[in-house]
Write a protein that binds this ligand. Structure first.
Ligand code: 6PG
Length: 245
C-alpha cells in the first residue's frame, strides 16, 4: 500500500479525524508560510468533514484569512445545483469561515467546460505565480474514491489519465453529471499532503483492490505523491475488507 492509513470507527469519527488531520497540516504550513492552500473534494463523504472543520475545537486553530481554497474537480453545473461541489462546500464550510472571497478559487461549472478548465488553470497559475512547465504545490489535497476506482474526475479508461501537460482539463465522465472539470495527475501528485477520505461498507471492495493490488490499474492508484505524503483516512466499513494489519 502506498502511503499510510488510519481507520475510524464510524462516519462521525472519520469526519472528526479527517478535520483534525487537515487542520493540523494547514496549521503547520501557516507556521512557516504566509499562506496555505486546501483543495476540496466533492461527492458526499467530505460534507461532514467540512462541517467539523468549521465548528468545535478546530475552528480557532486556523487563520482562515490566510487560506486559499481550490477544488479537485467540479461538475459542469451551476453553484445552485445540488450536484455542485462548490455549492456543497459553500453550504457546509464557506458560509461559516472567514476565508476572503478572493481566496476562494472555484471552478465555474456554469460556463462552457473547455472555457472553465482554461480559466481555472489560469487562476492556479496566477495564484502560484507559475512559469511554463511549473506545477503548483497545494498544501493539502483531498480526494474521494468512487466504486469504479475513480478519483477527482479521473475515470477508468479516459484520456484524462494520460494528460501530463495541462493542469486542468474538461472531461466527459461515465457518471452523472457527465461533463466535469478536473485537476490532472501531475498536479495532484505534486501536493504536499494528499488525503483520501473514504466511507461506507459499499467501498470496502474497491478500497481493498486499490490499496492491495498494484496491477489493478485503477485511476486512484495513479495517485503517487512526488515528495509529499499520502494518507488514507477510512471509515471502518470502508476498511472492512482490508487484511488485518
Ligand atoms: C465528485 C468527486 C468524486 C468523489 C467520489 C466519491 O465530484 O464526485 O470528486 O471523485 O470524491 O465519487 O464520492 P462519495 O464521497 O459521494 O462516495
Amino acid at each position: 500500500m502506498i502511503g499510510t492509513r488510519q481507520v475510524f470507527a464510524g462516519t462521525d469519527a472519520l469526519a472528526r479525524g479527517a478535520a483534525e488531520t487537515i487542520t493540523g497540516f494547514l496549521a503547520e504550513a501557516l507556521r512557516k508560510d504566509s499562506t496555505a492552500s486546501l483543495v476540496l473534494s466533492g461527492g458526499r463523504t467530505p460534507r461532514n468533514v467540512y462541517a467539523q472543520m468549521e465548528s468545535g475545537p478546530l475552528r480557532g486553530r486556523l487563520d482562515w484569512s490566510r487560506l486559499h481554497l481550490f477544488w479537485g474537480d467540479e461538475r459542469c453545473v451551476p453553484p445552485s445545483s445540488p450536484e455542485s461541489n462548490y455549492g456543497m462546500a459553500r453550504e457546509t464550510l464557506l458560509a461559516r469561515v472567514p476565508v476572503p472571497p478572493e481566496n476562494v478559487h472555484r471552478i465555474e461549472g456554469e460556463i462552457e467546460p473547455r472555457t472553465a478548465a482554461a480559466a481555472y488553470e489560469q487562476e492556479i497559475r496566477t495564484v502560484f505565480s507559475l512559469k511554463d512547465g511549473e506545477l503548483p504545490v497545494f498544501t493539502v489535497l483531498l480526494l474521494g474514491l468512487g466504486g469504479d476506482g475513480h478519483t477527482a474526475s479521473l475515470f477508468p479508461g479516459t484520456a484524462a489519465l494520460a494528460e501530463r501537460r495541462r493542469l486542468v482539463i474538461d472531461v466527459h465522465a461515465p457518471a452523472v453529471p457527465a461533463d466535469r472539470i478536473t485537476l490532472t495527475l501531475p498536479v495532484i501528485n505534486n501536493a504536499r499532503h494528499i488525503l483520501f477520505l473514504v466511507e461506507g461498507k459499499e467501498k470496502a471492495a474497491i478500497v481493498r483492490r486499490v490499496t492491495g493490488d498494484p496491477r489493478a490499474g485503477f485511476p486512484a492508484q495513479l495517485v503517487v505523491p512526488g515528495s509529499g505524503t499520502l494518507t488514507w483516512l477510512l471509515e471502518s466499513g470502508a476498511a472492512s475488507a482490508l487484511p488485518q494489519s
